[in-house]
Design a protein. Sequence first.
Length: 157
Amino acid sequence: MLRAIQGFHQDDAGDWVAALRCGHGQHVRHHPPFFSRPWVITEEGRASRVGVELECPLCDRFEVPAGFVAYKRTADFTATTTPAGLRADHATKPGVWGKIHVVAGSLRYFVEPPLARELVLDPSHPGIVVPEVRHRVAPSGDARFFVEFLRAPSSES
Protein backbone atom coordinates (compact mmCIF):
# COMPACT_ATOMS: atom_id res chain seq x y z
CA MET A 1 0.00 0.00 0.00
CA LEU A 2 1.20 3.51 -0.71
CA ARG A 3 2.40 5.65 2.21
CA ALA A 4 3.62 9.25 2.18
CA ILE A 5 7.18 10.14 3.15
CA GLN A 6 7.27 12.35 6.26
CA GLY A 7 11.02 12.78 6.58
CA PHE A 8 14.37 11.03 6.48
CA HIS A 9 17.06 9.74 8.81
CA GLN A 10 20.27 7.78 8.40
CA ASP A 11 20.71 4.22 9.66
CA ASP A 12 23.83 2.93 11.44
CA ALA A 13 25.53 2.29 8.08
CA GLY A 14 24.86 5.86 6.89
CA ASP A 15 22.16 4.87 4.39
CA TRP A 16 19.08 7.05 4.11
CA VAL A 17 15.74 5.77 5.39
CA ALA A 18 12.42 7.38 4.47
CA ALA A 19 10.14 7.78 7.50
CA LEU A 20 6.68 6.86 6.23
CA ARG A 21 3.36 8.21 7.52
CA CYS A 22 2.43 4.72 8.83
CA GLY A 23 5.45 4.61 11.15
CA HIS A 24 7.56 2.24 9.07
CA GLY A 25 10.92 3.16 7.55
CA GLN A 26 12.11 2.28 4.07
CA HIS A 27 15.66 2.51 2.73
CA VAL A 28 16.07 4.88 -0.21
CA ARG A 29 19.64 4.21 -1.28
CA HIS A 30 21.49 5.68 -4.24
CA HIS A 31 23.68 2.81 -5.44
CA PRO A 32 23.89 2.90 -9.26
CA PRO A 33 23.33 0.85 -11.33
CA PHE A 34 21.06 -1.03 -8.89
CA PHE A 35 19.31 1.99 -7.35
CA SER A 36 19.37 5.36 -9.07
CA ARG A 37 18.14 7.91 -6.57
CA PRO A 38 20.49 10.88 -6.85
CA TRP A 39 17.95 13.05 -5.03
CA VAL A 40 18.71 11.22 -1.75
CA ILE A 41 22.27 12.60 -1.64
CA THR A 42 21.31 16.21 -0.92
CA GLU A 43 19.12 17.79 1.74
CA GLU A 44 17.25 19.67 -0.99
CA GLY A 45 16.66 16.45 -2.91
CA ARG A 46 15.29 14.67 0.14
CA ALA A 47 13.10 17.66 1.03
CA SER A 48 11.63 17.56 -2.48
CA ARG A 49 10.40 14.01 -1.81
CA VAL A 50 8.53 14.71 1.43
CA GLY A 51 4.89 13.87 0.71
CA VAL A 52 5.74 11.50 -2.15
CA GLU A 53 4.25 8.04 -1.67
CA LEU A 54 6.22 4.79 -1.54
CA GLU A 55 4.94 1.22 -1.41
CA CYS A 56 5.02 -0.13 2.15
CA PRO A 57 5.15 -3.93 2.11
CA LEU A 58 5.06 -4.00 5.92
CA CYS A 59 1.61 -2.38 5.93
CA ASP A 60 0.55 -4.92 3.29
CA ARG A 61 1.53 -7.63 5.80
CA PHE A 62 -0.25 -5.91 8.74
CA GLU A 63 3.06 -5.55 10.65
CA VAL A 64 3.08 -3.03 13.50
CA PRO A 65 6.25 -0.90 13.32
CA ALA A 66 9.03 -1.94 15.69
CA GLY A 67 9.03 -0.02 18.95
CA PHE A 68 5.40 1.08 18.81
CA VAL A 69 3.75 1.04 22.23
CA ALA A 70 0.19 0.77 23.53
CA TYR A 71 -1.11 4.10 24.81
CA LYS A 72 -4.88 3.60 25.09
CA ARG A 73 -7.53 0.89 24.98
CA THR A 74 -11.28 0.69 24.75
CA ALA A 75 -13.62 -0.86 27.28
CA ASP A 76 -14.57 -4.49 26.73
CA PHE A 77 -17.38 -4.84 24.19
CA THR A 78 -19.87 -7.64 23.57
CA ALA A 79 -22.16 -8.30 20.62
CA THR A 80 -24.80 -6.11 22.28
CA THR A 81 -22.50 -3.30 23.52
CA THR A 82 -20.33 -2.86 20.40
CA PRO A 83 -20.76 0.78 19.30
CA ALA A 84 -22.33 1.38 15.90
CA GLY A 85 -19.14 3.19 14.86
CA LEU A 86 -17.11 -0.02 15.16
CA ARG A 87 -19.70 -1.93 13.13
CA ALA A 88 -19.49 0.68 10.33
CA ASP A 89 -16.46 1.46 8.18
CA HIS A 90 -14.01 3.66 10.07
CA ALA A 91 -10.24 4.20 10.25
CA THR A 92 -7.55 5.24 12.71
CA LYS A 93 -5.49 8.41 12.37
CA PRO A 94 -2.12 8.50 10.58
CA GLY A 95 0.51 6.62 12.60
CA VAL A 96 -2.05 5.02 14.93
CA TRP A 97 -2.18 1.23 14.81
CA GLY A 98 -4.72 -0.94 16.59
CA LYS A 99 -4.84 -4.46 17.93
CA ILE A 100 -8.20 -6.16 18.37
CA HIS A 101 -8.02 -8.54 21.34
CA VAL A 102 -10.78 -11.12 21.49
CA VAL A 103 -11.26 -12.27 25.09
CA ALA A 104 -14.07 -14.75 24.36
CA GLY A 105 -16.01 -15.96 21.34
CA SER A 106 -15.18 -14.63 17.90
CA LEU A 107 -15.81 -11.74 15.57
CA ARG A 108 -15.51 -11.10 11.88
CA TYR A 109 -13.06 -8.37 10.90
CA PHE A 110 -13.53 -6.72 7.51
CA VAL A 111 -10.71 -4.64 6.02
CA GLU A 112 -11.50 -2.51 2.99
CA PRO A 113 -9.26 -1.96 -0.07
CA PRO A 114 -6.42 -1.48 -0.65
CA LEU A 115 -5.76 -4.26 1.89
CA ALA A 116 -9.13 -6.03 1.41
CA ARG A 117 -9.49 -8.97 3.78
CA GLU A 118 -12.14 -10.74 5.81
CA LEU A 119 -10.81 -12.49 8.91
CA VAL A 120 -12.31 -14.38 11.83
CA LEU A 121 -10.70 -13.26 15.08
CA ASP A 122 -10.74 -15.26 18.32
CA PRO A 123 -8.62 -15.35 21.49
CA SER A 124 -5.78 -17.07 19.60
CA HIS A 125 -5.98 -14.80 16.54
CA PRO A 126 -6.02 -11.04 17.27
CA GLY A 127 -6.57 -8.50 14.52
CA ILE A 128 -4.21 -5.73 13.46
CA VAL A 129 -5.65 -2.37 12.45
CA VAL A 130 -3.50 -0.56 9.87
CA PRO A 131 -3.58 3.27 10.10
CA GLU A 132 -5.98 5.08 7.77
CA VAL A 133 -7.37 1.83 6.34
CA ARG A 134 -11.15 1.54 6.61
CA HIS A 135 -12.40 -1.49 8.51
CA ARG A 136 -15.30 -2.76 10.63
CA VAL A 137 -16.17 -5.63 12.96
CA ALA A 138 -19.13 -7.98 13.31
CA PRO A 139 -19.05 -9.77 16.70
CA SER A 140 -20.72 -13.13 17.24
CA GLY A 141 -23.31 -13.55 19.99
CA ASP A 142 -20.78 -14.70 22.59
CA ALA A 143 -17.96 -12.33 21.64
CA ARG A 144 -16.11 -10.13 24.12
CA PHE A 145 -13.25 -7.96 22.86
CA PHE A 146 -11.37 -4.70 23.22
CA VAL A 147 -9.15 -2.59 21.00
CA GLU A 148 -5.68 -1.46 22.02
CA PHE A 149 -4.13 1.54 20.24
CA LEU A 150 -0.40 1.77 19.51
CA ARG A 151 1.90 4.56 18.33
CA ALA A 152 5.53 5.59 18.26
CA PRO A 153 6.83 6.21 21.81
CA SER A 154 7.41 9.94 21.19
CA SER A 155 3.96 10.60 19.64
CA GLU A 156 1.39 12.85 21.25
CA SER A 157 -2.24 11.70 21.58
